[in-house]
Design a protein around this ligand. Structure first.
Ligand code: AMP
Length: 472
């Protein structure tokens, strides 16, 4: 399996131990809170002292689970997963948790991240374990875990030195629930305390949902065993420099989540305020593209003194759907998502704030939509630096050839998207908004500075078609 055809994992995970509670129901509600991290498949595995049961399918959390189905998932502990895949990965077999036999026992694994040494792992599995059926790096990880002797915590600690890449993982057997995180802590993972148990989740918003108090983050390189009464910790790998994905702060995490102890909504609002200082615009109204652009737009409006308003209404029921629109509808894809408020827009000069430009498709369509609705000017303000490098660690950022900022200088991007003016948030201003040194983050998508090795063949493929240096 090459990384090129492997599905990219942009997922959410949860693990709960609370004997006496309906843990599958808690996991279900936690997954609801993590739904923004993946809408393509959902699954829950539960364990009691004798069995592991799993239910998973393609679709949203609310469609995968029914009341009778959930009632059938009884146990003392549960793990859950929501998954976002890119093209080719949308198959039932790739839904998680992944389940593997482990001697006479079973291990279930839920993974957020992306491994970059799948070839090496595959050779480990071929010598030690049963053949693989699915194609994800998560199944490889489950197979490597299943091949280890000892407790699940021992197995996790033995496997972690062999994993290269980004991983925040929760797994369970009949008797143990374990979570572990890569030594750079690229993807988030937090520990929460319930009244009658303990849990881990990708984001604190999932803890809030199930009434768990935020305890702390799983540390980079740490493996923890969650029990009904506490957390047993092992520093399985020396913690590397923390390199949390900064795109979590910019776009991916829910704004009510705490990352590194800081509220994401307020960070995004400060990104907007910084943007207003770095790239002011003469305009009548500041609008955000809902929902990801909203906090930064509010920050921009406050800082600039230009009133904040809404120029488009978002249809919240349009997600990643299995029913593809026909060609005509797809061309106007953004119309499925946004409808303009003509009466607000007509004749006005707008500052439009969005969190990022990747391929440029959204910006181009939104600008057209607003112009068709009568906007006099459209000043695009982006609350992140230009995305110019692909992500190898689990976020869907395409090859350089498809990234508009890798192929064109800013003035050309403005022309191509049809806006009156365009400005991005510079890296140093992003750092001020985060109130944390940038060295603590992975910002490879903006800087090309990759903190974890990536196989050179894959890297070359995804980085090919370097832009003309004269234009960069
Ligand atoms: P694009 O249309 O390709 O330029 O994508 C940019 C838009 O997609 C922005 O409005 C972002 O809010 C959103 N976005 C950015 N990164 C991602 C991602 N990794 N997955 C899904 N949507 C994204």
């Amino acid at each position: 399996m090459s990384l090129e055809d492997s599905p990219k994992e942009e997922c959410g995970v949860v693990g709960i131990v609370a004997p006496g509670r309906h843990v599958a129901r808690l996991a279900y509600f936690a997954l609801h809170a993590l739904q923004h991290r993946g809408q393509e498949s959902a699954g829950i595995a539960v364990a009691d002292a004798g069995h592991v049961m799993v239910q998973r399918d393609l679709g949203l959390v609310s469609t995968v689970f029914t009341e009778p189905g959930l009632r059938g998932l009884q146990g003392d502990s549960a793990i859950g997963h929501v998954r976002y895949s890119t093209t080719g990965g949308n198959r039932w077999e790739n839904a998680q948790p992944v389940v593997r036999n482990r001697g006479r026992a079973v291990v279930a694994v839920a993974h957020n991240g992306n491994l970059t040494n799948t070839e090496d792992l595959r050779s480990m599995v071929d010598t030690h374990g049963e053949p693989l059926l699915a194609t994800t790096d998560s199944e490889l990880m489950a197979a490597v875990l299943a091949a280890q002797e000892g407790s699940l915590l021992d197995a996790a600690c033995a496997v972690m030195p062999h994993l290269v890449g980004a991983y925040s993982v929760v797994c369970l057997t009949e008797t143990e629930t374990v979570a572990f995180r890569d030594p750079h802590g690229v993807r988030p993972l937090v520990i929460g305390r319930l009244e009658d148990g303990w849990c881990v989740a990708s984001e604190t918003c999932a803890l809030d949902q199930i009434g768990a108090a935020f305890e702390r983050e799983v540390r980079p390189g740490e493996a923890v065993r969650i029990t009904a009464t506490g957390v047993e910790s092992r520093q399985a790998l020396p913690p590397g420099a923390s390199r949390m994905c900064v795109f979590e702060n910019i776009y991916f995490a829910r704004p009510d989540t705490l990352l590194g102890g800081r509220n994401v909504w307020l960070q995004r609002q400060r990104m907007g305020a910084e943007l207003a200082r770095c790239a002011p615009a003469d305009a009548d109204l500041v609008v955000g593209l809902p929902d990801s652009g909203t906090p930064a737009a509010i920050g921009f409006a406050r800082e600039s003194g230009i009133p904040y308003g809404e120029a488009v209404v978002r249809n919240r029921y349009v997600g990643r759907s299995f029913i593809q629109p026909d060609q005509e509808l797809r061309r106007e894809g953004v119309k499925l998502k946004f409808n303009p408020l003509r009466e607000v827009i007509e004749g006005r000069r707008l500052v439009v704030v969005d969190d990022s430009i990747v391929r440029g498709t959204t910006t181009k369509q939104v600008v057209q939509l607003l112009r068709d609705a009568g906007a006099a000017e459209v000043h695009m303000r982006i609350s992140s630096p230009p995305v110019a490098w692909p992500c190898f660690y689990g976020i869907d950022m395409p090859d350089r050839a498809e990234l508009i900022a890798a192929q064109h200088p800013i003035d050309e991007v403005a022309d191509l998207t049809g806006c009156t003016s365009l400005a991005y948030l510079p890296l140093d201003a992003l750092q001020r908004a985060l109130e944390t040194p940038l060295e603590g983050f992975c910002h490879a998508c903006f800087s090309g500075d990759y903190p974890i090795p990536v196989p050179s063949g894959t890297r070359k493929l995804r980085l090919e078609r370097e832009p003309d240096p004269a234009r960069a």
